[in-house]
Design a protein around this ligand. Sequence first.
Ligand code: KIV
Length: 282
Amino acid sequence: MTLQRLAEMKADGRPIVMVTAYDYPTARTAERAGVDMVLVGDSGAQVVLGHESTVGVTVGEMLVLAAAVRRGVTSAFVVCDLPFGSTEVSDEQAVATAVRFVKEAGADAVKLEGGGPSRLSRIRAIAEAGIAVVAHVGLTPQTAVALGGLRAQGRTAESAARVVREALAVQDAGASLLVVEAVPAEVTAVVLPQLRIPVIGIGAGPADGQVLVMHDLLGITEGKTAAFVKRYGTVGDEMVDGVRAYAREVREGVFPAAEHGYAATDEAVAAARRALEARADD
Ligand code: KIV
């Protein structure tokens, strides 16, 4: 998958499918399912590393996740989130971080959150360095505290105007794609016709494509998920059931059975016995 093909999909009105992945098995799952784009989201901080929020995840941790995903994906377009703190200091810092994700993890593009003035400068700098940028407006979890928590954006006049302004501004700054998160569908619909770049929605109504967190859609995430999540599986329960069944069989002596081991020749068993006897004679 290439940026050009994604642009063609937008032009043809063919929906773009994006899903998150954080390691080799989830990357293989996405690839085998035939998605168009894989996002190594910093949501991995929560769903695979167990952090409370996305803020704490480091560049080093994200690079390990991203490289594992890259090894599992051959056809989908791989986007990596630049974690909080890795772009905030300066354009130079942002470019250096983006370069690491391309060189060390094989990212096709990097994603950064926000559409304010300093974010636009970072987008411009990374794009000028020749790295494709996916922008992200609406709910931006890295700065959720400043937004008043993990809540939908664009629901008041001021917030809706800001979403529209930022969506247009990141496009002008050189973003190749845009993720819009947790925004009323009506607000997305206002700005969508003005955007030449593909727009991927998450809790933002119809757009050129959709993205969901894999662990949410498969039902691996425990507890409550965001209102915009649709569950397509109960994989978490199946994982627990499988491990429970294994534990029960080990405790009951049912596992391992003969077919789970290796056959030995009579000579090998006799030699093992002789080795034991020789040791006893010493
Ligand atoms: O980190 C992530 O998974 C994301 C998506 C929710 C868009 O940014």
